[in-house]
Design a binder for this molecule. Sequence first.
Ligand SMILES: Nc1ncnc2c1ncn2[C@@H]1O[C@H](COP(=O)(O)OP(=O)(O)O)[C@@H](O)[C@H]1O
Ligand SMILES: [Mg+2]
Length: 172
Amino acid sequence: MGVSGVGKSTVAKGLSTVLGWTYAEGDAFHSAANVAKMASGHPLTDEDRWPWLRAIGAWMDEQIAAGEPSVVTCSALRRAYRDLLDAGRPQVRFLHLEAGEDLVAGRISHRTDHYMPASLLQSQYDTLEPLEDDEPGVSVSVDGTAPEVLRRAIDALGLADAPTDEHEGDSP
Ligand SMILES: Nc1ncnc2c1ncn2[C@@H]1O[C@H](COP(=O)(O)OP(=O)(O)O)[C@@H](O)[C@H]1O
Ligand SMILES: [Mg+2]
């Protein structure tokens, strides 16, 4: 979770590579209407978001049913969105990627492959409700290089000793 441009996709791909987990982009679960609305610079309403969040939840249910350790990116800025995502899914843990607005603005300005205009960044920070103590998960700063942030995330999630594909078949 975290605002657009904070590094969700970068960290999720890293977790997927290092841990061998299945990975999905939350953005890919948006309807065409939502994508068009964001592309034209209009923030989504909660009415736009509920079906999107339910679609992500349905994907998580499939992964849980299949016993597949998985990671999915989702801004999940408000507590209400996260409550929808983890309700009835005790397996869910949130990873909140945190950064000041200046850092994210700088990173977004270099990005060419994405439909989120920088003008939406302010509304993202206005909306953001940081991860709370009674929610499952951890918060980490995205200050530093991508490998540094990935290592920080793995440590914070307590996954440093998790088995990886790399080690499969190794002798003790
Ligand atoms: N730790 C980092 N240091 C420098 N640039 C980064 C870092 N993490 C991500 N980026 C770059 O910042 C931009 C936004 O990252 P991205 O993972 O797409 O964010 P999100 O998925 O949260 O929108 C991308 O161009 C990405 O390559
Ligand atoms: Mg992304």
